[in-house]
Design a protein around this ligand. Structure first.
Ligand code: PHE
Length: 355
């Protein structure tokens, strides 16, 4: 430290003042304390020492020191602002505005879900409610109540996924299985209360099938059930024709072919004119111009009886369709594994479009 009266001490302070403009942030902080600090600061020290000087010397030196102090303070503030500015400029330089953005992962609905929602919406418009049931069922609801004879081949472990392979030990009808269709929910709906019923039942079904172009071991179904007084086959045809026109296009042609299911009598399969070729005949419809989209029929009187519904008073129709198949027909997909294979590159193309 210089002595108070030493004129050189002012020069030293002026030199330090001049140097402020080139200090870095840490040095600036240290220099501020070293010069202006209230206890140890050099300038503070010099100002305090004025008290020991003669009056005229005190006045001149005091004025000079005070001017220097103001300048020093201003220089520190200016340098600090400069450093802050430089820091944010450097930070800005670190942002590469040409770098591609990070892609946000936005989930999309599965194409089969898109189709299910759409089918359900069409039936809701005409007064159907949604009913749901469990994927684990017993043999009685999956088969027995639905009028399958006990020796029906569907009951074979070859086709049905039983949950307990020692199933023979279970009482007949109580063996647990993965439902092979959504039809057992018909039974649940009818047993839950008296008619009328007007429901659609979306859900998964399971079969012991190989995963190939047209089969999946787990697949979606949509069941329909309408039971009331005076329901006829005309209602079935009108309802399903309306559905096909809404789902495909207003000018789609439909035809019903006789078929068989244990739980409907009579039974039918419905075809629509090929969505790909418009009915001319192509690979998708195997040259026939028609594509089968669902099975249905009038609820068998045994089924009504098994579910405590009086067949003398009530009649009804039921139908079942595979939304994956509907999606394949609509989008012209050749292989069900595209839908149930879990390849996001394929699946994410559909859901985003929504309805
Ligand atoms: N349950 C049948 C199936 O899985 C479809 C169906 C439902 C047929 C309702 C008639 C009535 O193939």
């Amino acid at each position: 430290m210089t002595t108070p009266s030493d004129p050189a001490s002012l020069d030293v302070l002026r030199q330090r003042l001049a140097a402020v403009a080139s200090l870095d942030a840490a040095a600036l902080a240290a220099e501020e304390i070293a010069v202006l600090g209230r206890k140890q600061g050099e300038l503070t020290h010099q100002l305090k020492a004025l008290a020991t000087l003669a009056l005229d010397e005190k006045r001149a030196r005091g004025a000079a020191l005070n001017a220097l102090k103001l300048e020093f303070e201003a220089a520190v503030v200016a340098r600090r602002a400069e450093l802050a500015h430089a820091a944010s400029a450097a930070e800005a330089r670190d942002i590469d505005l040409t770098m591609p953005g990070r892609q946000l992962w936005v989930g999309t609905r599965h194409p089969v879900t898109v189709v299910i929602d759409e089918i359900v919406a069409i039936f809701r418009e005409i007064g159907f409610a949604v009913a749901l049931g469990p994927e684990i069922e017993n043999e009685e609801r999956n088969f027995g109540a639905l009028n399958f004879p006990p020796d029906h081949p569907a009951l074979d472990m070859h086709d049905t996924l039983y949950l307990d392979p020692r199933g023979a030990e279970w009482p007949v009808g109580e063996r647990l299985l993965l439902r092979t269709h959504t039809s057992p929910v018909q039974v649940r709906v009818m047993r839950a209360g008296p008619p009328p019923y007007r429901v659609v039942i979306p859900g998964l079904a399971y079969r012991n099938d190989p995963f190939d172009a047209s089969h999946a071991p787990a697949f979606a179904q949509i069941e329909g059930l309408a039971v009331d007084e005076g329901v006829t086959f005309v209602d079935l045809k009108a309802t399903l024709t309306h559905f096909a026109r809404r789902f495909f296009r207003p000018d789609v042609k439909v035809r019903f072919r006789p078929s068989f299911f244990p739980f409907t009598e009579p039974s039918a399969e419905m075809d629509v004119s090929c969505a790909i070729c418009g009915g001319i005949g192509c690979a998708a419809c195997k040259g026939t111009g028609w594509m089968e989209i669902l099975g249905g029929g009038m609820v068998h009187e045994n089924v009504l009886r098994n579910c405590d519904v009086d067949p003398e008073r009530y009649t009804g129709f039921a139908f079942g369709m595979g939304p994956a198949r509907m999606a394949m027909l609509r989008y012209g997909l050749p292989d069900i594994r595209l839908l149930y294979g879990g390849d996001m590159r394929f699946l994410s193309q559909f859901g985003a479009a929504g309805r």
